[in-house]
Design a binder for this molecule. Structure first.
Ligand SMILES: *Cc1c(COP(=O)(O)O)cnc(C)c1O
Length: 394
């Protein structure tokens, strides 16, 4: 029987009948898998994926998580989707990249890509003879295409600055030149944006963020709509030694069950704060794809996305940096720390100019990134109001 997305999110991958009826799968520990005889060992060795074979390739808890994520990306166009768990979001991005790049190749990367993905490309990919070329996410890529380009790596919206990309445009260009497309979909998750439905080959997510959703585990995932590609990605993860613990996969699959509820509330709180912040005299502009003022990216977001999550940034009017620190230190309801996607609100000063080589961020004021958590939004707003009163203009 076919079922709608939210029903599948509740049911996918649990296989309760295999676990004595338990609602959630047990955390299956395992390295060695026993086979009844040599013939079955040899058969399993010839087809090591898609079953328990050796701990590095996952246990049934991992498969449960992977099945639930794959289902998140299923739609009318992709009725078969495949997910491979990785030990972190960064591992998902880097394994997907290395799976399809070799010496002499070139990769095109969105300029606002997550900082550590960028450092991996600059440090590792270049030292292995891969050319890394960054592109402005607001510009067409046609002029950058040549026969050495094998992968285009997008992140939409981009980290820190939230530019939404014209994904169908990039995909149609890539298809014409047999280029693999990868998209970091951490911000929206498969729930609010499905890159596979727009023709992207591989979606990667830091499940550490919204899927785990409680700031208590590192986890990543690579998703695609092609079985042989999925096998290639799994082999790449396995050969890189990227073994994911069943505990983390347990937390990932548990997080998914409430993802729609949590994301809807993150969305509401973030939109409320962003809309209010936009009107404050201390704020120059707010970078949030859901705001109609965020041009030209809002239109692309409206066209392609099903919703917005809780993360956005704002640029302050010129003010003393020390007073910004005083504001952040004095907030009661916003934690200061890296990562995001948990149930709690966070705030962080960010400096995109340091991580851009193509897009120009030099003339901007001090930027602050906010993760709107699940608290009462009035408390969050009151807190920001008293904090911003401390800003000293300059
Ligand atoms: C956090 C993040 C990552 C890295 O994920 P980890 O799970 O922390 O390794 C990758 N991409 C984006 C957009 C992120 O925000």
């Amino acid at each position: 029987m076919t079922s709608k997305r939210h029903t599948r999110i509740v049911q996918s991958g649990r296989r309760s009948h295999d676990w004595w009826g338990l609602v959630n799968p047990p955390i299956c520990h395992g390295s060695t898998i026993l086979f009844p005889d040599v013939a079955e060992l040899e058969e399993a060795t010839a087809h090591p994926f898609g079953r328990t074979f050796y701990g590095r390739m996952g246990t049934p808890t991992n498969f449960c998580f992977e099945e639930a994520v794959a289902d998140l990306y299923r739609d009318e166009k992709n009725d078969a989707t495949f997910a491979v768990a990785t030990s972190s979001g960064l591992a998902a991005a880097t394994i997907a990249l290395t799976a399809y790049l070799k010496q002499g190749d070139e990769v095109l990367m969105a300029d606002p890509v997550y900082g550590a993905t960028r450092r991996f490309a600059d440090v590792f990919l270049t030292s292995y003879g891969v050319t890394v070329t960054y592109f402005d996410p607001a510009q067409p890529l046609d002029d950058l295409i040549n026969e050495r380009v094998k992968v285009i790596f997008m992140e939409s919206p981009g980290s820190l600055t939230f530019e939404v990309q014209d994904v169908p445009g990039v995909v149609s260009l890539a298809r014409r030149h047999d280029i693999i497309t990868v998209l970091d979909n951490t911000w929206a998750t498969g729930l609010y944006f499905n890159p596979l439905a727009l023709g992207v080959d591989i979606a990667v997510e830091s499940a550490t963020k919204y899927i785990v959703g409680h700031a208590d585990a590192m986890l990543g995932v690579m998703v695609c709509g092609d079985e042989s590609m999925a096998r290639h990605l799994r082999r790449a993860a396995m050969l890189r030694g990227d073994a994911v613990s069943a505990e983390r996969c347990y937390l990932g699959q548990r997080g998914i069950r409430t993802l729609p509820l949590r994301l809807r509330h993150h969305q509401t709180n973030a939109m409320t704060l962003a809309t209010w912040l936009e009107k404050q005299p201390q704020v120059k502009r707010v970078c949030h794809p859901g705001l109609s003022s965020f041009k030209p990216f809002h239109e692309l977001w409206k066209r392609d996305f099903r919703g917005a999550s809780g993360l956005f940034a704002l640029e302050l009017m010129p003010c003393e940096r020390s007073s910004v620190h005083k504001m952040l230190n004095g907030l009661h309801h916003f934690g200061i720390g890296y990562s995001w996607g948990g149930y709690e609100s966070l705030i962080l000063p960010v400096e995109p100019a340091k991580e851009r080589t193509v897009t120009d961020w030099k003339d901007t004021g001090i930027m602050v990134r906010i993760h709107a958590g699940l608290e009462d939004v009035q408390d969050l707003m009151d807190d920001l109001r008293q904090g911003m009163a401390l800003l000293k203009s300059c």
